[in-house]
Design a protein around this ligand. Structure first.
Ligand code: ADP
Length: 429
């Protein structure tokens, strides 16, 4: 709304000054009359003084009427534009209740006018887009063309719209952005633009489909090999007894590999089902580690690795599930023997207990793990070297199972490795 101020200037001069002002104001009139009289004199119309004065008065009257008409027109023109300036805007809508609702939302939300300007913005939106002054254009703040097109389309059609938007920084985040008309609270048409973070759901979806793809790939390889040998035994090698012996041994190995994989998959799924149930037993780790070492001694002997145990003389108890903890230490010790075989020695050290934090470390002196692989080795099916893992009867699920069990036990796994020197896996309870 624009207001116009009218200033009235009053002339307070009197006497000669007033006469001079009046004559100056009528200068056009006087000049015109003198000009008309002169022209008549030239044309030979020698009028008497009285006739000449009457003629002058008529001309003066006509000119004055003309001037008034012009001035009236000018004033109309000057006043005319004032009407649209004092435009009757609807009373400002009270957005306080909407603002309170937006403030309570944890998802970013913006209230827009039908002219695509921002009327309100909640704190979550401010965290992403920075503070947006009321009345700013949405396009000046959100550069994503997908969102702007959607907003335009929704406002144009009067229908809700939805689109997906990905932010790369500071971390990859995927939003479902939705715009919908806000029915009711004000006479002015308003639109609510909301951002729903679906990154976590997308990550889980991707992990699930990767997992299924990996699991089927791992099972397909031994299955294909089994089928190939069965066809050979039924066909070309039907009567070759020596080939029977050799092929059956390989088939047994492949079937064992498949059952190991299925066992590990079942183990993972059981752990997932119990992941939010805290273990309710108390386990003394000293005898438990002795048992694990005994069960892996035959493998260590085959590989030529010596297992050295350093255990405290007192009991070291933790809240846990005995079978699951056996699975954790067997996995770590077996990996240390298999992958650290060339170091020929594996140290197992247990410390803490009796009030002190409990820590168990498994150290090998093998080739170590290159630093870029360390953060990923607890992912399902992740292997530094797939062939090396397969040749050592690995499934790629061992450390994923370890991580799951430790999470349920509120314990952490810390991996320190130096290429060419060896690796230390530490479990911190
Ligand atoms: P796998 O069944 O292949 O052994 P794991 O989940 O137990 O699967 O281990 C994942 C990968 O981590 C292994 O394939 C191996 O490449 C690497 N790894 C695990 N332990 C060690 C270790 N002590 N030294 C070197 N590499 C290791």
């Amino acid at each position: 709304m624009l207001a116009r101020e009218w200033v009235v200037v009053t002339d307070q001069r009197t006497g000669l000054g007033w006469l001079a002002t009046q004559l100056w104001g009528e200068r056009v009139l006087i000049a015109s009359a003198v000009f008309v009289g002169f022209m008549m004199w030239l044309a030979g119309l020698h009028l008497g003084w009285v006739s000449f004065a009457v003629l002058l008065l008529v001309i003066a009257g006509l000119l004055r009427m003309e001037r008034r008409a012009v001035e009236a027109g000018r004033r109309t023109m000057a006043v005319a534009p004032a009407a649209p300036i004092v435009e009757a805007a609807p009373p400002a809508a009270d957005l306080t209740p909407i603002s309170a609702v937006l403030g309570a939302l944890d998802a970013p939300a913006l209230l827009l006018s039908a002219r695509e300007t921002v009327k309100l913005q909640n704190r979550a939106a401010e965290a992403i887009f920075g503070p947006i002054p009321q009345g700013s254009d949405l396009a000046g703040r959100i550069r994503a063309p997908g969102i702007l097109d959607m907003v335009r389309d929704a406002i144009g059609s009067g229908q809700p719209r939805e689109t997906e938007h990905a932010e790369r920084l500071p971390s990859e985040t995927v939003y479902v952005v939705r715009i919908a008309p806000l029915a009711g609270p004000t006479t002015e048409p308003l639109w609510l633009l909301t951002f729903r973070d679906v990154s976590q759901a997308r990550r889980i979806d991707r992990m699930r489909s990767d997992f299924i793809a990996n699991a089927s790939h791992e099972l397909r390889t031994p299955l294909a090999s089994l089928r190939g040998f069965i066809e050979t035994l039924q066909g070309p090698a039907r009567n070759d007894l020596k080939a029977h012996e050799r092929f059956l041994a390989i088939m047994h190995e492949q079937a064992t590999r498949m059952s190991r994989l299925v066992d590990d998959l079942l183990s993972l799924s059981r752990l997932e089902l119990r992941s939010n149930l805290a273990p309710d037993q108390t386990v003394d780790l000293v005898p438990l580690l002795g048992h694990v070492r005994d069960s892996l001694q035959p493998l260590a002997n085959d590989l030529g690795v010596e297992i050295a145990l350093a255990l405290p003389a007192h009991p070291v108890t933790v809240a846990g599930d005995r079978d699951e903890l056996v699975e954790v230490f067997e996995n770590l010790l077996e990996n240390a023997c298999k992958y650290g075989q060339e170091g020929k020695r594996v140290d197992v050290a247990l410390s803490g207990g009796q009030g002190a934090p409990v820590e168990l470390s498994v150290t090998d002196y093998g080739p170590g793990i290159p630093p870029e692989h360390v953060p990923r080795i607890t992912e399902r099916f992740y292997r530094v070297n797939v062939e090396a893992s397969r040749s050592k009867k690995g499934t790629g699920l061992g450390l994923a199972i370890v991580k799951h069990i430790l999470t349920r036990h509120k314990a952490r796994l810390v991996v320190k490795s130096e290429v060419g020197k060896g690796t230390v896996f530490t479990v911190k309870f």
